[in-house]
Design a protein. Structure first.
Length: 113
């Protein structure tokens, strides 16, 4: 019994059909129809955005905010990435793996005095 059947049970179950589950193939085709029906219609959403000035302004502002957040993250993380690349160029990937395993050992074992 699918989630759709719980709310939209339009057919009454017949006695021996229910026992032998003859309708299972029909349920599978019905559920695939409901899945196609529940997909988002992107064309309709895009048309609504194009026609509504306030919605268009909201989408543009949201895109600018997301772009600004991404740029700020890049600027903030750039020194960390440069240090990482510098460490890899000096010690190689094996040195980075050794550093990470040593750090994890310290974290897992705790600081012993």
């Amino acid at each position: 019994m699918g989630f759709e059947d719980f709310f939209e049970n339009n057919r009454n179950k017949q006695g021996h059909y229910d026992k032998h589950d003859y309708r299972s193939g029909h349920r599978d085709s019905q559920s695939s129809y409901h899945e196609r029906e529940s997909l988002i219609d992107w064309r309709t959403i895009l048309m609504k955005i194009r026609m509504d000035k306030k919605l268009k302004l909201l989408v543009i502002i949201a895109a600018l905010v997301i772009l600004a957040v991404v740029l700020v993250l890049i600027v903030v993380l750039m020194p960390v990435l440069m240090q990482l690349f510098d460490y890899i160029s000096q010690n190689g990937l094996q040195g980075l793996v050794d550093y990470i395993t040593a750090f994890l050992d310290k974290v897992l074992n705790g600081s012993q005095k």
